[in-house]
Design a protein around this ligand. Structure first.
Ligand code: ATP
Ligand code: MG
Length: 583
């Protein structure tokens, strides 16, 4: 883990450097829209030195794991004068929706990336290639590289073999190409029910790599698709569609997570055979795998996130406790913090689990130099300065950001009655407690030194008022300020001027660092106290425009909720505490 600006190890940069040096992708032609060989060869030389892509399936909201892939793919394209395509991998009709498409576009933009080059938008949909994919499938059938299999899905599974045993050939494997072609056309025309047959690649049922044992290319699904409606009743499998999508788009480096490593031979098989059949233009894309992000204290599987949302464990996909990008944004995370986090992760092939505190530290580091400071009192109790005139308001001020001491300042009055944190007073102080207790001297930050004189309690023994006397010559910024040395300084707001706000103190959603470990039910690991709501007082002048972030002095970084905060009823989320309080 590095925290300075030294480049973090990224083996993909070495690969790209070598490819650029050897000229592997030099002089390749490119003619948008993405197209097969014949059209591509008529195109101009590709102005992009490399092409990468981020290929989400529009079946859910993006999460912090996707951010790693986004920062990697868009980041490499930016650094190498290339371009990164946003491609919706929408080959699965049942689960995909336009709502997710819009949400994904919104979040990639929010992270600070775009896909426009010389006025061309490189945002694509796999479903735009359905016709081309189908033509390629016919070409494979005609060349004897694919066949229609009439075994049921169960039979195919049963004859696929195991890791130690070879599979067995389907009785339909050697049927004439013309027969397969007729059946494929009938499949496409809707003449056959779901599951009655499938198109398979003819590779090797005895291959040690199970992914090469005649994988399915097309299955029949009489289902409506979010973009192509009822035009199709056969849909391509991911492993078949993906390499073709990459090649049509002229992708040079196709970067995916490690679980696709075993698919790489099939990826190459598809591309090489389609190139031999003159359907795809060289140079062909290459697939590279990296370790996915595993973050402690969260779940990132879309299925589990959906369960949390639909079963009401959280309030929607943008709940501030979720690791979705929409949730992190609402929680107060900035695009810069997420990019910084991804940069610090580096890129490797070794699986690891990153502690949630690394993400939190990235937010602190991103916000500290820029966030405006303000004071909030989250658990208020009154402090009465018994010798302070009741009708006086002493003007005080503080820097907006202490890293810029001569910059803009905030102004606020000090009066006889103040709100302070309940925890800043103890009748009986524990050891090393330097804040208010009877007899002790404490500085009111940016104000006076005060001497605590006691407190008032109600019938239940709760402190309702703390009393103190101020020392008139000790105001901060005056010559007398340093005359008396005190060990503690506390924050405060004038009770008559403070702004009321609802503050939501979020904590981790799971108590367990690895909530979906093994077969444990991740719902059992939910933290029942992940949101604590307080009625707080804010420094006067604090403008709680939705989305504004501050550092509340001594407390942490906070954001005005994008959805619920209004001027008359500020709603504020704690993004992160000032220090890691979890360990
Ligand atoms: P899930 O398993 O949560 O459903 P997914 O991988 O199926 O996620 P996709 O929409 O297919 O989701 O992912 C789009 C891209 O994001 C893929 O290239 C995938 O490799 C990458 N990605 C997804 N999760 C992570 C992760 N945790 N770390 C890094 N990259 C990821
Ligand atoms: Mg996926």
């Amino acid at each position: 883990m590095t925290t300075d600006s030294a480049p973090v190890s990224n083996f993909l940069r070495t690969i790209i450097d070598n490819d650029l040096k050897s000229g592997r992708y030099q002089g390749r032609q490119w003619a948008p829209p993405p197209s097969p060989a014949a059209v591509r060869r008529a195109g101009a030389i590709d102005p992009a030195r490399i092409r990468t892509r981020f290929p989400p399936e529009p079946n859910g909201y993006l999460h912090i794991g996707h951010a790693k892939s986004i920062c990697l793919n868009f980041g490499l394209a930016r650094d190498y004068q290339g371009i990164c395509h946003l491609r919706f991998d929408d080959t699965n009709p049942e689960k995909e929706e336009d709502e997710y498409v819009h949400a994904i576009i919104d979040m990639v933009h929010w992270l600070g990336f775009d896909w426009v080059q010389d006025g061309t938008e490189h945002c694509y949909f796999a479903s735009d290639y359905f016709d081309t994919l189908y033509q390629f499938a016919e070409a494979l059938v005609q060349a004897g590289h694919a066949y229609v299999d009439e075994q049921s899905a169960d039979e195919m599974r049963a004859t696929r073999g195991t890791l130690t045993e070879a599979g067995t050939n389907s009785p339909w494997r050697d049927r004439p190409a013309t027969e397969s072609l007729t059946l494929l056309r009938e499949m496409r025309a809707g003449k056959h029910p779901d599951g009655s047959m499938a198109l398979r690649a003819r590779i090797d049922m005895a291959s040690p790599n199970i992914n090469l044992r005649d994988p399915v290319l097309y299955r029949i699904r009489h289902a409506s698709h979010h973009r192509t409606g009822n035009d199709w009743c056969i849909y391509p499998m991911y492993a078949w569609a993906h390499p073709v999508e990459d090649a049509l788009e002229g992708i040079t480096h196709s970067i995916c997570t490690l679980e696709f490593e075993d698919q790489r031979p099939f990826y190459d098989w598809i591309l090489e055979h389609l190139a031999e059949l003159d359907q795809l233009a060289a140079p062909l894309p290459r697939q590279y795998e990296f370790a996915r992000l595993n973050l402690s204290y969260v779940v990132t599987s879309k299925r589990k996130l959906r369960q949390l949302v639909t079963e009401g464990h959280v309030n929607g996909w943008d709940d501030p406790r979720l690791p979705t990008l929409a949730g992190l944004r609402r929680r107060g995370y900035t695009p810069g913090a997420i990019r910084l986090f991804c940069e610090r992760l580096g890129v490797s092939k070794a699986d690891s689990r990153i502690d949630y505190s690394v993400l939190e530290q990235a937010l602190r580091d991103d916000l500290d130099p820029v966030a405006a400071r303000t004071v909030a009192v989250l658990d208020p109790v009154k402090l009465v300065l018994t010798n302070f005139p009741a009708d006086h308001a002493e003007p005080c001020s503080a820097p907006l950001n202490p890293h810029d001491p001569d910059g803009a300042r905030r102004k606020f009055p000090l009066t006889r009655e103040l709100w302070i944190e309940r925890d800043d007073f103890r009748e009986e102080p524990p050891k090393k407690y330097f804040r208010l207790f009877p007899g002790n001297l404490v500085r009111l930050k940016y104000g006076y030194v005060v001497r605590c004189t006691g407190c008032v309690k109600n019938d239940q023994g709760e402190v309702t008022e703390v009393h103190a006397e101020y020392l008139p010559d000790t105001r901060s910024g005056t010559p007398g300020a340093d005359a008396i040395k005190v060990k503690g300084a506390i924050t405060w707001v004038s009770a008559a001027h403070a702004i009321a706000a609802e503050v939501r103190l979020y904590d981790r959603l799971f108590r367990d660092a690895h909530p979906d470990r093994g077969d444990q039910d991740f719902l059992q690991a939910i933290n029942p106290d992940s949101c604590h709501v307080t009625q707080a007082w804010l420094e006067p002048g604090t403008q709680a425009e939705p989305g504004t972030t501050w550092q509340f002095e001594r407390l942490g970084y906070f954001v005005a909720d994008r959805e619920e905060s209004t001027t008359s009823h500020p709603v504020i989320n704690r993004a992160v505490t000032l220090r890691d309080t979890w360990a």
